[in-house]
Design a protein around this ligand. Structure first.
Ligand code: PEP
Length: 258
């Protein structure tokens, strides 16, 4: 399967922003502005707005709604946490896991993220597994070593059949929220590394079906050059996904004849 058969996926990660009303308003404003039929738009609102946003997005097949996190258990005494089953009940179809903000602020480990990926798959949620190196790790030439280790631990004990549908988001920590995106060649190099890793562990066919998406200061002016890379199948957008204007420009990138 080549790049053209992996339909682009553009993810909006709203983090801890927006009320229920402004989240719904955004969906209705964005939908008519999506002009590229092949692109799927994923929106990850706050837990509080998830159910309402999923309901608002129902008439729009181009929009899929999901969550920014979940807990690594199906149910139980976990005060303040949310399970995969509850996310599905609220209308979620995917879940972002292992975001660097959670790794840093909530001390999430690869082992814990691995448990979450397994539970997400059992709950029939598409996991978007985030991996990426820090600035110091890149400077030390360790980007591939770090990302390879994250893939190995976060996908531990998950076969290609079990992991079907998983999305990998390469998000270099130094590029998130900094206005300093990785360059397209850097991103292609890391995505190629992830693809090769997946081929070695899951085989050609399964690996070529995995969407590899990039996140880190994606803006309207760099979306196209990132999407032109052979192994970039989509984008994960934080800051620029909060306004309809900037996000719709990103969503409507045009690969043309390239
Ligand atoms: C993110 O939230 O994962 C992200 C990539 O944020 P930003 O686009 O703001 O860098």
């Amino acid at each position: 399967m080549d790049r053209l058969q992996r339909k682009p996926i553009i993810v909006a990660n709203w983090k801890m922003h927006k009320s229920i009303a402004s989240s719904i308003e955004f969906v209705h404003a964005l939908a008519p502005k999506i002009t590229v039929p092949s692109t799927q738009v994923f929106i990850a609102p706050s837990f509080t707005a998830l159910h309402a946003v999923a309901a608002a997005a129902k008439p729009y097949p181009a929009i899929t709604v999901g969550a920014q996190n979940m807990y690594a258990a199906a149910e139980g005494a976990y005060t303040g946490e949310v399970s995969g089953i509850q996310l599905v009940d609220a209308g979620a179809q995917f879940v972002i896991l292992g975001h660097s903000e959670r790794r840093k602020l909530c001390k999430e480990t690869d082992q814990f993220i691995n448990e979450k990926v397994k539970i997400a798959l059992l709950s029939k949620l598409i996991p978007i597994l985030c991996v990426g190196e820090s600035f110091d790790e890149r400077k030390a030439g360790k980007s591939e070593e770090v990302v390879g280790e994250q893939l190995k631990k976060c996908l531990n004990d998950i076969t290609s059949v079990q992991g079907r549908g998983t999305i990998i988001a390469y998000e270099p920590v130094w590029a998130i929220g900094t206005n300093c995106a990785a360059t397209p060649p850097m991103v292609q190099e890391m995505h190629q590394f992830c693809r090769d890793w997946l081929i070695r562990h899951w085989g050609d066919e399964a690996a070529n079906k995995v969407h590899l998406i990039y996140g880190g200061s994606v803006k309207p002016d760099n979306a196209l050059s990132l999407m032109q890379q052979k192994d970039v199948d989509g984008l994960l957008v934080g800051g620029a996904s909060l306004a309809v204007e900037s996000f719709s420009e990103i969503v409507n990138f045009d690969l043309g004849e390239t």
